[in-house]
Write a protein of this length. Structure first.
Length: 758
């Protein structure tokens, strides 16, 4: 029997030792206190083992003393544990210091028993035939020690049972279990502590393991289950679980809606989603995530489906679950954003970036096709917007978009690539010029309500895609470049890009770039072309600009004046030439030749950008020349543009003494009617006007009439572009008094002029 008991205790020692080791490695809130309880428990079992095996009364007495001290401390630790463990409020009532003091005193007293024997004595007995044991004979003082321990244990039990009653149902079990174990030990102990064989010792081992398990390992399964259930039920994604045969064994609320047979969600072939999933689950051996389009009636749903399989250790399928996320809204939002980023919101056409991208794809996709990039630009759009308002302007834009997309057949990609610029990519074989020629102002203004005086016209530039690797953006630029050649030509609507355009544009850009330097460095020169009387006497000269470019050589005004008129830089040149003219007049005056004048050109743009009156006044004052010697050539265009203001300005200039000449009469609007309203000093007629006409005789008659009318209005006439004697003769006969032209002399440098005429 003794050896059997010893074996049991050894097993208990090994077990407690093992759990001690595990506890020390554990990182848990309670592992410290559990790590203290277990060694003390181990000590109790150990000293009992010695007591059991020893035959010496002294050793036995010592081990018994240690055993009692250890029970003191284990009771204390248990109380501490239950307070910590259960987080109980009882902690505050336990006076720890007092208790410690009591325990220390008791421990010392118990240990001294070996010497004084004041608590207990040992009494040898023979049991189980011939096995000798020691029995404990307590003295009355022993019960003081016993009461202390019982007090601690009582506290401990109260805490545990209290918590067990109060705790949520899932936790109740563990407090109760420890409480029960402790009670069992106490009861056993009451009956056996004095007997030779104290069975309660084994209880310590069991309780130690029990504490370890409850405090550090146990998690309430039911709680977990319930929590998981709640979490999955309320998830915003659908979740359902299948068994190994593909039968659904669980689904959350979301999934139930999705799998609802009343309102079935099916794939494009009409297969219900549940079946779709089950097929996948049974027929494919892998986990997957997929995005799939499903339908509930007409409504489209984009679902992200995820399958997770559950297998056992041997990889046998046990079940699986599907997580399905409804991404419809997200995807629609994304689509909408993509749409907004790639489309023009007003017309619904592609924006420039998207147009280029799509066109590029198209051109690549059909290498056998020849393509055109067609750009359509609404003429004077800004002016129209000012005149008719934003609302009407928007209607015009929408109509243009509609016409290009619907009425114009054969276009494959359509875009609005600028404020009032549209682009179409079209296979060359589909293109018909007539479409663009037939568009009327009414087509553009359709739906605008009333009739408008402002005619809406568009210009079309076409680039033939010869180099397919060119970026579409450049192709558009080229088509637009072609448009820029139309501007000014009233009847032309369509222009094709050719390589010359590009060269011209580049050259123009270079000229714009170089102008400032040219003015600073004196590359801009004033040439003079003489103006003669009928008698062949020199009257004066017209100042004509020349640009002596260091790289490009001498450049005629025809090459740069129209360009600078477009961008307004012409005013810089004019001011420069006017100043040169005045400087020249001053020099001549000093030579005593103030009988000849210089006639300067005033561009229509100058009236916009400059205070013409002020500048001329300042110039004549600065150089001390008479206004009479400075003639100003103004074109009809300048006057027509802002009639009242121009008339007023001309009147002021004339009153100050400047001579104002109407240049190029007969080449522009040329309304004879206008002549009676504008009072200029001289009318200048260009012979080119004659040359252009097919019927020369008829033109001559008109010329005759114009000259006659001018005479009647008291306006002298000068004809320019006179190239031969015959012209001089008939012009003289018609009443023309002054001439300018190659017949007399070509424009020349000031030096040549002076050398020839002075
Ligand atoms: P424009 O004012 O009508 O000048 C007359 C043009 O006719 C000059 O051309 C002149 O060289 C040319 N011409 C003179 N006699 C004959 C002739 O017998 N036959 C032919 N075929 N042509 C003749 P240019 O110098 O090339 O100037 C062209 C235009 O450039 C000028 O036409 C004028 O509008 C403009 N321009 C020239 N210099 C200036 C300037 O300083 N300022 C401004 N704003 N424009 C200028
Ligand atoms: Ca002129
Ligand atoms: Ca002229």
């Amino acid at each position: 029997m003794k050896f059997f008991l010893a074996a049991v205790l050894i097993v208990a020692l090994v077990l407690i030792g093992y759990y001690c080791y595990k506890t020390w490695k554990e990182k848990h809130r309670l592992s410290r206190i559990v790590g203290q309880i277990l060694p003390v428990g181990w000590l109790i079992v150990f000293v009992n083992l010695i007591s059991l095996l020893t035959t010496s009364e002294v050793i036995c007495s010592i081990t018994y003393s240690i055993y009692f001290v250890a029970t003191d401390w284990i009771a204390y630790l248990l109380l501490k544990f239950s307070i910590d463990y259960a987080g109980s409020k009882f902690g505050q009532y336990v006076k720890k210091r007092l208790m410690l003091a009591l325990l220390i005193l008791d421990s010392v007293s118990v240990l001294l028993n070996t010497v004084f024997g004041h608590l207990f004595r040992l009494h040898p007995v023979i049991l189980f035939g011939n096995e000798s044991y020691y029995e404990l004979v307590p003295s009355p003082f022993f019960y003081i020690h016993y009461i202390i321990i019982m007090m601690l244990v009582a506290f401990c039990l109260i805490t545990l049972f209290y918590c067990s009653a109060k705790a949520p149902v899932f936790y109740r079990k563990k407090y109760f279990l420890i409480g029960l174990m402790t009670s069992a030990i106490v009861i056993l102990n009451i009956f056996t502590f004095s007997s030779a064989v104290d069975v309660s010792v084994i209880g310590y081992a069991v309780e130690g393991i029990c504490i370890y398990y409850c405090a550090l390992v146990y998690t309430p399964q039911k709680l977990l289950q319930k929590t998981m259930f709640q979490v999955t039920q309320n998830m915003s994604v659908s979740l359902f679980v299948l068994d190994s045969e593909g039968k659904r064994i669980y689904s959350n609320k979301c999934a139930e809606q999705l799998l609802d047979r009343e309102k079935p969600v099916t794939d494009i072939d009409g297969v219900p989603i549940e079946q779709w999933c089950s097929n996948r689950y049974l027929n494919y051996n892998e986990q997957f995530i997929e995005e799939q389009t499903f339908y509930r009636g007409e409504e489209e749903m984009i679902l992200k489906i995820q399958l997770q399989r559950v297998t056992d250790a041997k990889q046998h399928l046990q079940g699986g679950y599907f997580v399905i996320q409804d991404r419809t809204e997200e995807m629609n939002h994304l689509k909408e954003e993509q749409y907004l980023a790639t489309h023009d919101s007003l017309t619904g056409l592609y924006n420039k970036e998207k147009f280029c991208k799509e066109s590029k794809k198209y051109i690549r996709k059909y290498p056998e096709l020849e393509f055109l990039v067609i750009c359509v630009d609404i003429k004077d759009f800004k002016m129209m917007k000012d005149a008719l308002g934003t609302k009407i302007a928007d209607i015009v834009l929408k109509n243009t978009a509609r016409m290009l997309k619907e009425d114009l057949k054969g276009g494959v990609v359509h875009g609005r690539i600028g404020n009032d610029v549209f682009a179409v990519l079209m296979p060359k074989k589909n293109f018909k010029e007539e479409f663009f020629e037939e568009q009327t102002s009414e087509d553009y203004l359709k739906g605008a309500g009333e009739e408008f005086a402002f005619p809406v016209v568009s210009h079309v530039g076409i680039f033939e895609v010869t180099e397919r690797d060119l970026s579409v953006s450049v192709m558009c630029d080229r088509a637009r470049m072609a448009i820029s050649t139309i501007k000014g030509d009233y009847h032309k609507r369509i222009a094709y890009y050719d390589e010359e355009h590009r060269k011209d544009m580049i050259r123009e850009q270079e000229l714009v770039r170089d102008l400032n330097k040219a003015l600073e460095e004196g590359q801009i020169k004033m040439y003079l072309q003489p103006q003669m009387s009928v008698e062949g006497k020199l009257l004066g000269a017209e100042a004509l600009v020349r640009w002596e470019h260091p790289e490009k050589g001498s450049i005629q005004p025809g090459e740069f004046i129209p360009l600078f008129e477009r961008n307004g830089l012409v005013s810089d040149i004019d001011r420069y030439i006017w100043e040169l003219a005045c400087k020249q007049l001053k020099a001549w005056k000093e030579l005593g030749r103030d009988d000849i004048y210089i006639s300067v050109n005033v561009s229509p743009r100058d009236f916009y950008f400059l205070n013409v009156y002020r500048i001329f006044m300042d110039l004549v004052r600065k150089y001390g020349v008479s206004p009479k010697n400075l003639k100003l050539e103004i074109t009809e265009t300048a006057i027509v543009m802002d009639f009242d203001r121009q008339i007023d300005l001309i009147t002021r200039l004339r009153r100050t003494g400047f001579i104002v000449e109407m240049d190029d009469f007969g080449s522009g609007y040329s309304s004879l009617n206008m002549l009676k309203d504008i009072h200029v000093d001289i009318l200048k007629i260009d012979m080119a006007f004659l040359k252009k006409a097919k019927d020369e005789e008829r033109s001559k008659k008109i010329l005759q009439m114009v000259i006659g009318l001018a005479k009647q209005l008291g306006m002298p006439v000068i004809t320019e572009g006179v190239e031969n004697e015959e012209q001089v003769a008939f012009l003289t006969e018609m009443g023309c008094e002054m001439f300018q032209g190659y017949y007399f002399a070509k424009p020349m440098t000031v030096e040549e002029f002076e050398a020839t005429y002075f």
